[in-house]
Design a protein around this ligand. Structure first.
Ligand code: G3P
Ligand code: MG
Length: 249
């Protein structure tokens, strides 16, 4: 049997929720993505000090909470004390750093599909994957399509490959594609999620011929989205999902 799960990616995925008009990776951002009509969302997951999977992009708390400390040095309860919305706009004051559990329950309730980007704090590449799989096993309904895992971190993908082989995996790449074929093969990835400036028609073709579905980030110009889809890219990850959905109709 082929160990690599098949995945059909949607044309549009919401990046960190609807990051363009809401504070990223918050419930406000997730609700807005749903309101804009998206079916798939991408968001970043790492661990609190006490091992709770949370939705957060950076390694430190500076940009969104003004605190010049690492996320991994705070427990989940401590992180709840921090502001996660006011940095973006005063009207979002009161937004918190969500737990993955809260995010997933919202997905289940509203029939949204998660692209869980494993974004571990340094040194927590394996533990992050283990904790995420543990939570999914507890709360993700068996009859629903399995969430997609994506990551830049090979170690994190390796752990989900071993612990949750039936969840599809996407290999995230930025501007260095060295070894991508070997890594995607070894990690039994279904998709390649590559930075959009790297794509050329030839490269799209090469990746697809190698058997992978193609996704790209972060595409905020609808013209560029249309161009990428014309090249054959299947899935556009964007801060403005509603606009991209309209443009790609
Ligand atoms: O998953 C696509 C994209 O989110 C990867 O980059 O830094 O926005 O997490 P980043
Ligand atoms: Mg991300």
């Amino acid at each position: 049997a082929n160990a690599t799960p098949l995945v059909k990616l949607p044309k549009v995925q919401a990046h960190r929720g609807a990051k363009g008009i809401r504070p990223e990776n918050t419930m406000a951002s997730l609700r807005e993505a749903l309101d804009q009509g998206v079916r798939w969302t991408e968001f970043d997951v790492k661990l609190s000090k006490d091992g709770v999977p949370i939705i957060y992009h950076d390694q430190d708390l500076k940009r969104t909470s003004g605190i010049d400390e690492l996320v991994k040095d705070y427990s989940f309860d401590e992180l709840q004390e921090f502001e996660a919305g006011a940095w973006f706009d005063e009207q979002y004051r009161g937004e918190k750093i969500p737990s993955l559990e809260e995010f997933l329950l919202f997905h289940i309730e509203h029939d949204l599909h998660p692209n869980i980007e494993l974004k571990p704090s340094d040194g927590e590449e394996e533990e992050t994957s283990r904790r995420v799989v543990e939570l999914l096993n507890k709360i993700w309904p068996k009859h629903l399509e399995k969430p997609l895992f994506s990551s830049f971190k090979l170690k994190s993908l390796e752990v989900v490959r071993d612990l949750a082989p039936d969840h599809p995996r996407g290999l995230l790449l930025y501007d260095d594609m060295t070894g991508w074929q070997e890594n995607a093969k070894r990690l039994e990835c279904s998709a390649i999620h590559l930075w959009h400036k790297m794509y050329t028609p030839e490269l799209v073709k090469e990746i697809k011929q190698a058997g992978y579905v193609t996704a790209t980030y972060t595409v905020n110009e609808v013209e560029r989205g249309v161009e990428l889809v014309a090249m054959g890219v299947e899935s556009i990850i964007t801060d403005f999902p509603g606009d991209m959905i309209k443009a790609l109709k």
